[in-house]
Unconditional design. Structure first.
Length: 304
């Protein structure tokens, strides 16, 4: 698995989840929840806490067309809530995430790409080498929604932040699994999970508990759900434990023009549209099992 991310509270928990459940071979960063300096710093910090000795490459500092947007109001000014970010003992391997993604696709058998931020790096990689999908086992992304958005009435953050990039990926990225809000809003982690993490007392579980503190408080203010959707971790588990998810194949296009719908993933659910379907839209999830896997991952000893 190669994760392209913009940590981000839930990206950080996704990295910790992948560190335990996946064979994570690299991380690339992108501008998104906060600026690229912060997302890259945060990816390095999380990898350090998780004792992940893998390449980390910095990527795009701005979307293809949009001015950079952020979600610092959700993730905090640094992107990691109120977590005290440790001093870094290492730096990035390069500032060229796109070349790294293309190189890894050439050299790693069955590489699965898991973008959990705006899709800028992936679109640039597809533009540089349109044959990229033929060398991947798949792309599973957190983004979009069949019904309703979270930034606007119709758009989810990762697609909304760089709709032109998302349009390229959905059109040219080959078979894609879309882990959108339809699924991630069903997987809520709350105070009980946070307490379990804190009680485990490991470096990763304490980090995850601090991240969850901020996420749960924020989600309670916005939704009043009593828990926070840790969106990006669900995308990781959708790759490592696909049996926990259900969905159907549909054609999906990204709206880039609409005044009310820019950044919307338009899912064509008409029965006769399925012949052109290239996107598996996940809708059902065994939320308890996914949560158990996430909590189990972050409470395992780092490096395990
Ligand atoms: C997505 O947007 C970001 O704020 C999160 O990290 C997640 O990737 C959810 O819409
Ligand atoms: Ca993210």
């Amino acid at each position: 698995m190669l994760i392209d991310c913009d940590p981000g509270l839930d990206d950080a928990i996704a990295l910790l989840t992948a560190a335990h459940h996946a064979n994570l071979v690299g991380i690339t960063t992108v501008n998104g929840n906060v600026g690229i300096d912060h997302t890259t710093h945060n990816a390095l910090a999380v990898a350090q806490v998780a004792q992940l000795d893998i390449p980390i490459h910095r990527g795009a500092e701005r979307p293809l067309v949009n001015a950079p947007m952020d979600a610092a109001h959700v993730h905090g000014p640094t992107g990691l809530g109120s977590v005290e970010i440790p001093d870094l003992v290492r730096t990035v391997d390069s500032h060229d995430a796109v070349t790294f993604i293309l190189d890894m696709a050439r050299t790693v058998d069955d590489l699965h790409l898991v973008p959990i931020g705006p899709l800028t790096n992936i679109a640039l990689a597809l533009q540089a080498d349109p044959t990229l999908p033929s060398r991947l086992s798949g792309i599973t992304l957190m983004g979009g929604a069949a019904v309703g958005g979270n930034v606007t009435a119709t758009a989810e953050f990762n697609v909304w932040a760089d709709p032109e990039a998302a349009a390229i990926v959905f059109r040219h990225g080959g078979p894609i699994t879309m882990v959108g809000l339809d699924v991630t809003h069903q997987v809520l982690l709350g105070a009980d999970h946070r307490d379990t993490m804190r009680a485990a007392g490991t470096a990763t579980s304490l980090l995850a508990a601090d991240l969850l503190d901020y996420a749960v408080e924020g989600a309670d203010k916005i939704h009043g759900w009593g828990g926070a959707p840790i969106h990006d971790a669900s995308a990781v588990v959708a790759v490592t434990h696909p049996e926990l998810f259900g969905g159907e194949w549909h054609p999906v296009e990204v709206e880039i023009d609409g005044a009310l719908t820019r950044g919307m993933t338009v899912v064509d659910s008409r029965p006769d549209a399925s012949d052109e379907a290239t996107v598996k839209v996940l809708r059902n999830v065994d939320a308890d099992a996914v949560i158990e896997l996430i909590v189990g991952a972050v409470t395992s000893p780092p490096g395990d």
